[in-house]
Design a protein around this ligand. Sequence first.
Ligand SMILES: Nc1ncnc2c1ncn2[C@@H]1O[C@H](COP(=O)(O)OP(=O)(O)OP(=O)(O)O)[C@@H](O)[C@H]1O
Ligand SMILES: [Mg+2]
Length: 366
Amino acid sequence: MRKYKNFRCFFRLATIKKITLVQFRNYSSRTFEFDAGVTCITGPNGSGKTNLLDGVYYLCYTKSYFTAYQQQCVKLGLDGFRVEGAFDNEVIACKWQLGKKELKANGVEYEKPTDHIGKYAAVMVAPDDLELINDGSEPRRKWVDSILSQTDRGYLECLMRYQRVLQQRNAWLKLHGSSANPNYVELEYYDAQLAADGTYIHNKRNAFVRAFLPYLQAYYEQLTEGKEVVSIDYQTDMHQQTLAAWLQQSLQHDMRLQRTLRGIHKDDLLFVLNGTPVKGFGSQGQKKSFLFALKLAQYKYLSGILGFKPILLLDDVFEKLDQQRMEALLRIIRGADFGQVILTDTHEERVKNAFGDDAVISVIQL
Ligand SMILES: Nc1ncnc2c1ncn2[C@@H]1O[C@H](COP(=O)(O)OP(=O)(O)OP(=O)(O)O)[C@@H](O)[C@H]1O
Ligand SMILES: [Mg+2]
């Protein structure tokens, strides 16, 4: 078994022991128990493996990893669901019904749902995650935002306010863009707000990339057993000048196009391998390795700041990995930096072989 004694004195435990899913996705009502080490969920396609992982993720963040629409988590034809999980020291229960969410810890409703943020954490690796590398900038911004929102309460507040004010500014641009006598007082207020929150968010993203890079490089090397250099280039308007200056400078342009063209909502992260962008030049294998390194580094970054080890959720990863990378991944996740692992696979044997005979793995057969 894993060496829990070693980190108990340094880390708060945040492992999940049991989960009950009621009217969640394909489940009517089922309870599952997890090992503190490795739990493998097996079963044929469509049996609910991914949904069970998502249930665990849901308890950590009170949202699904796969959809922003909570209604999609409700078992078809019904109007609500409930997810309850027993963690080491408390029971978290979340009920969602007709758009209303109720979140309780040990039977007591949170005064503010945001009090739940940062208590538990999970890092999911799922087959569609390659969109983080292949798609436009939005999934990458969301990825950074999801990490920083967990580790810094002010970040989430700033981000939400920034997005709200950005919408207001864009509405102003639509209304006044072609007006002969625009109300600049209102605009000044929006610009000041955007500049203040945008600067905070920019500084945090900048610091994050710097702190994150050494982890990324280390895991990429371990996964590929190579010496390729990986890097992240934080691309932002704010490297050149302040957001306040940009907003002022591009106002005429913004008014013509009736939307705000400069700001942290345009930021991107360029993933780089040996000096060239992974997106355009990386091979399939290099992209996969980069993605895994990103997720492992995310785990390491989060555990360092939160002070406990997140739950690692691996959906179907063995299906997609070749032998060498699979062995490397296993070596990493069974090392001292990692805690509870819950993974899915259609073949129990494949997982057992991968982990080796001496490994203690509990299996949930769906
Ligand atoms: N809201 C919902 N209500 C009812 N069923 C749902 C809902 N959402 C998803 N499902 C169904 O749940 C089933 C299980 O899905 P899931 O993705 O968990 O399967 P899986 O075991 O991971 O399969 P695979 O091995 O193909 O990845 C699917 O048939 C899916 O259509
Ligand atoms: Mg699945």
